[in-house]
Design a protein around this ligand. Sequence first.
Ligand code: ZN
Length: 288
Amino acid sequence: MVTVDCHLHLGLMPEQVPEWWLEEQFEGWAGSVDGDDIVEVLDAGGIDIGMVQGGDIRRTTYDPAHPGDHHVYTPNDYTAAECAKHPGRLYGVVCLDPLRDPQAALAELERCVTELDFRLLKLIPTYHHYSPDDPRIDPFYAKCLELDIPVMIHMGWTRTINAPMEHQRPVHLDRVGRDFRDLKVIVAHLGHPWVDEGVAVVAKHPNFYCELAGWAMHGPGAVYGALAKLKSYGAVGRVLYGSDNGDTRDLYHEANRIAMERDGAPVLDEREMADLMGATAARLFRLP
Ligand SMILES: [Zn+2]
């Protein structure tokens, strides 16, 4: 059974990401991550395939202590080059700023999918200062449908201070789900700390999925709680494994241990665990 980590970040410091930005984002940790580093993470966790993303946050990056330093940009071509070094292990995620130059961004999305074989689009509304139900983003959802790829959307908290919290709430995805019923949407981070909203929106829209990247900081009890809620809504089969660059498999096994203690049954049965660890992602991203 194939295993897939759908949420991994590339970036070279300081050429692509300034040190101050990484320190703010990762609580003091800063360093470069290339394709070799990601494959090391995958190997350590026994994961077959990683979906890797760069990013372009040049337009909205700002810190009063570093007013001229907003070059947060890991281009898609860099991601493609790292994937090419690790065929079959790494696949690209299209990263773009839909509001910087919308026509160019739409063309970039198409180019990455048709020419570079990228498998999904990542949007980061809070970092780019828009809400995911902003009509200006609709052409990107339509393009994903046309290209037949899913869109992963960062929903929830981030340490980046300049990212407005009002754009982090999963309820803003409901209009997207209503107007684009066939669009496959992955709610990244399940909207933590607005987990109930995240569960509700995923459970309501049959083509919505979610992942718990970054939840290592919240611990297995929180993971158990989220999975139990998703299960009660019949949506636990639509969770993907995403790590934010680490081996976080234990969170899910620990959640099962907690469920055994509390409920006398695992929150993920064997089939659901296999789906979460890669089978669902392999289907969504058309992986071998
Ligand atoms: Zn991330």
